[in-house]
Design a protein around this ligand. Structure first.
Ligand SMILES: O=C(O)CCC(=O)C(=O)O
Length: 186
């Protein structure tokens, strides 16, 4: 929001002293999220403390504790791409980034059998999503066909919690079978 959507920043109160006191650090990033019922953020975890506020529409977070590394161990390298709007045909297409760049991401799979928590975040609600927790996010549109949210990321403390999970991750990676599916450049 501080770059691409700077003009909207004055509408947002990011001066949450209590949060900086609690996390022991200032805000690292402010993000703007806009999507429709078709937008899904697949399961992942972040090295950030996350304060997530819904402005319009409704978000559903599926949350799983960081200790679930063994369940979410299968990752693949996905090629990075951007949506492109053709100025003549007005058709959208997915354009792979050149030169090709890859991002490692957890394979998408059904999470309904995995014990976790479901949190519904309504307009005006603020969700604290602790660092390293796995999350999958879906959304319901408002009357204008949109779901809009803003979140603040604070750097996490790289303390005993991080070290323990990192250690377990390394053990799981050593024990797991090599991933079969290689991502090919398109
Ligand atoms: O709102 C979303 O779709 C994703 C949010 C998210 O993954 C995050 O804040 O880390």
């Amino acid at each position: 929001m501080r770059k691409e959507y700077e003009c909207l920043l004055e509408d947002i109160d990011t001066s949450m002293e209590w949060a900086s006191d609690a996390f022991g650090t200032e805000i690292d990033a402010v993000n703007f999220w806009m999507g429709s019922h078709r937008s899904v953020t697949t399961i992942h975890s972040d090295n950030y403390e996350n304060l997530y506020c819904v402005i319009s529409g409704q978000k559903t977070f599926e949350l799983y504790p960081p200790t679930n590394v063994d369940i979410f161990k299968h990752k693949r390298k996905y090629q990075m791409a951007k949506y492109h709007l053709d100025s003549v045909s007005k058709e959208w297409s997915v354009e792979p980034q050149r030169p090709a760049q890859f991002v490692e991401w957890i394979d998408d799979f059904k999470t309904d059998q995995i014990p976790g928590m479901q949190v519904i975040v309504n307009p005006g609600d603020l969700l604290y999503l602790p660092s390293l927790w796995y999350h999958k996010v879906t959304q319901t549109e408002d009357n204008f066909g949109k779901c809009i949210a803003v979140n603040m990321w604070y750097d996490m403390q790289f303390d005993i919690k991080f070290n323990t999970i990192h250690f377990v991750q390394n053990v799981v990676n050593i024990l797991k079978q090599p991933d079969e599916q290689e991502c090919k450049e398109i």
